[in-house]
Design a protein. Sequence first.
Length: 142
Amino acid sequence: MILNLRNYTELSKLRTFEERYRYLQLRGRVGEDTFGFDRWINQLFYHDKEWLAVRDKVIIRDNACDLGMLDREIKGDVRIIVHHMNPISKEDILRRSDILLNPEYLICCLDSTHKAIHYGDENLLIQMPVERRPFDTCPWRA
């Protein structure tokens, strides 16, 4: 049981993408087993009508934006991941625990952001373009 659950209410108070990323970061290890041979349970859940309905609600709530940040809209044919802010287990699925389908514990993100959250690699995050100003690359002009 997780005592300090990450949640949307707390996440939405964070103003920057970086702060939200750090709040969600799990620092997991590549290849760390979560479902093992029971992965079929996880995959079955993600095709469940109830999950798909909640997923749609979260995408609408977050305006299809990476970590719910309005300046990071997920556009085009890019797949939107609805991320469980708190790791789920086989038992969570079998018991239908609250963190499974409650939008308070879910957030939209890009696949690269999702991987960065799980593996703790900030290099996976898509960087926003630098806002340029006149003469900002010319050291002798102010």
